[in-house]
Every structure is written in structure tokens, then in C-alpha cells.
Design a protein around this ligand. Structure first.
Ligand code: PEP
Length: 248
């Protein structure tokens, strides 16, 4: 059976005090974790988060990484540095990085490759804009974004693929469970065409306005193996409620 995962994406939120309180609350409430769980936090808080979550079974991830290995790249953080402080996974290709920081498919593929070289699992975010969906380009966009990464990284080195329709991120508009399943099945087909049976093992997560009230229905679909959670992950109890949404 494929691994089920929920990943928090805190984006540019948090403080040392707020993070400590979030972890305290989450650990007090979570009991035995029902699925693999990770928190992606801003770079500066990663050492704090790895310390706070040590021994909890909850992984700590980064939200992005440099395309470069090391050297004169002011402000950048390398995959080697992330591995050095105990980070085990990292997002690449989040739509905010693609649209606001101009990270293109090639950059995302390079980031994934750098992470894999250090033993960190990339979580590759893909997804179409509203205009692209309306123009029936969803599959073509997802294929292009995914292919760029799969040219450099084999499926068994991926932490997950996260399907995040851009129109659903932070908007309160969620893809229906059927829409999510349709694209997740397509992603699995793309993975299978390149990597055969290994595609059955790759987790494909849904992201986009997931909440405790809608997660269970989406996660119940055959090819949905969990979620990448933004806004709702800022509250420990909501993130926990989403993780408990697995009925499979
Ligand atoms: C995200 O940014 O990865 C995300 C899914 O955000 P939200 O849950 O807020 O839509």
C-alpha cells in the first residue's frame, strides 16, 4: 500500500514563539500519527523545528532550495546546507515560487536534482492556472512541469508529487474530489509511462484550500495519497484534523 502523507506548508509565517506553541499543541493532541506527517517552514526556523520535533516522527522540510551547489550566490540556501541541519524533504515548484520568483521548469528540475544528490526527498508541486484549465490545458501543463523533473530524477527518489491547481491555492476554492482524482490518475499514468511499476509507490498529494471539512472526501479517492496544506496548517488542530481524514 502506498504511503499516506500530509505536509504543512507554512509559507512566510511563524515566529519562534508561535512555532513552539504550534508544536506543543500538535504533539499534545496528535496521539499516534495515522499517516506520515511533515512540516515545511521558512529557512530560519528549520533548526528550531528539527529540535522541537526531534523523536516525534514528524519530519521537517524546506519550502524551496537553491538551484546552485555553493559559492557566491548571496541569499541562497543549498541542498547540502539543508541536509546538514537534518531536513529530510523540501518543496520544489510551488506555484508561488513559479509565478512570483520566476522559477521555471528547468530551475525546478535542478532543485529536485540537487536535493536528491544530498538524500533529501523533493516534493514536486505541479498544477494549472484557471485560464489553463478553462482552455483545457490542465494535462498538458502538468505533463510539461512533471516531465522536466522526471528527466533528472527517477520516481523512486521523489518524496511525492503534489497536484496543486493554482486556482485553488489560498482561494477557498477546492477542486472537487472527482477533479482531483482525474488529474492524480493522469499523473500516475505519466509516472508509469516512464518508470513502470515504481509509479504505484509514488505518493501523489492534493493541495489547494484543503480543510478538515473537505479533506476526507478528497483523500478517499484512489490516487490521492494525502495533502499539501497551506492556510489550514497554521493551526495545529486544523492540520491534525486534516491528517485524521484518512479512511483508506
Ligand atoms: C499551498 O500553498 O501549498 C496550499 C495548498 O495552500 P492553501 O492550503 O492555503 O490553499
Amino acid at each position: 500500500m502506498r504511503e499516506q502523507i500530509v505536509i504543512a506548508n507554512w509559507k512566510m509565517n511563524g515566529s519562534t514563539e508561535a512555532n513552539r506553541l504550534w508544536v506543543e499543541k500538535f504533539l499534545a493532541l496528535c496521539g499516534d500519527l495515522t499517516c506520515r506527517t511533515a512540516v515545511c517552514a521558512p529557512f530560519v526556523y528549520l533548526p528550531q523545528m528539527t529540535a522541537l520535533l526531534k523523536g516525534s516522527g514528524i519530519e521537517v522540510g524546506a519550502e524551496t532550495v537553491s538551484t546552485r551547489a555553493e559559492g557566491a550566490f548571496t541569499g541562497e540556501v543549498s541542498a547540502t546546507m539543508l541536509a546538514d541541519i537534518g531536513v529530510t524533504l523540501a518543496l520544489v515548484g510551488h506555484s508561488e515560487r513559479r509565478t512570483l520568483w520566476g522559477e521555471d521548469d528547468e530551475a525546478v528540475a535542478l532543485q529536485a536534482e540537487r536535493l536528491v544528490a544530498t538524500g533529501i526527498k523533493p516534493v514536486v508541486c505541479v498544477g494549472e492556472t484557471l485560464e489553463e484549465r478553462q482552455a483545457n490545458q490542465t494535462e498538458a501543463v502538468v505533463l510539461r512541469q512533471l516531465r522536466a523533473v522526471l528527466e533528472r530524477v527517477p520516481a523512486d527518489k521523489l518524496g511525492a508529487v503534489a497536484y496543486e491547481p493554482v486556482w485553488a491555492i489560498g482561494t477557498g476554492k477546492t477542486a472537487s474530489a472527482e477533479q482531483a482524482q482525474e488529474i492524480h490518475a493522469y499523473i500516475r499514468q505519466v509516472l508509469a509511462a516512464k518508470f513502470g511499476a515504481a509509479a504505484q509507490e509514488t505518493a501523489i498529494l492534493y493541495g489547494g484550500s484543503c480543510k478538515p471539512s473537505n479533506a476526507a472526501e478528497i483523500f478517499a479517492k484512489e490516487d490521492v495519497d494525502g495533502g499539501l496544506i497551506g492556510g489550514a496548517a497554521l493551526k495545529a488542530e486544523d492540520f491534525l484534523g486534516i491528517g485524521k481524514g484518512f479512511a483508506k
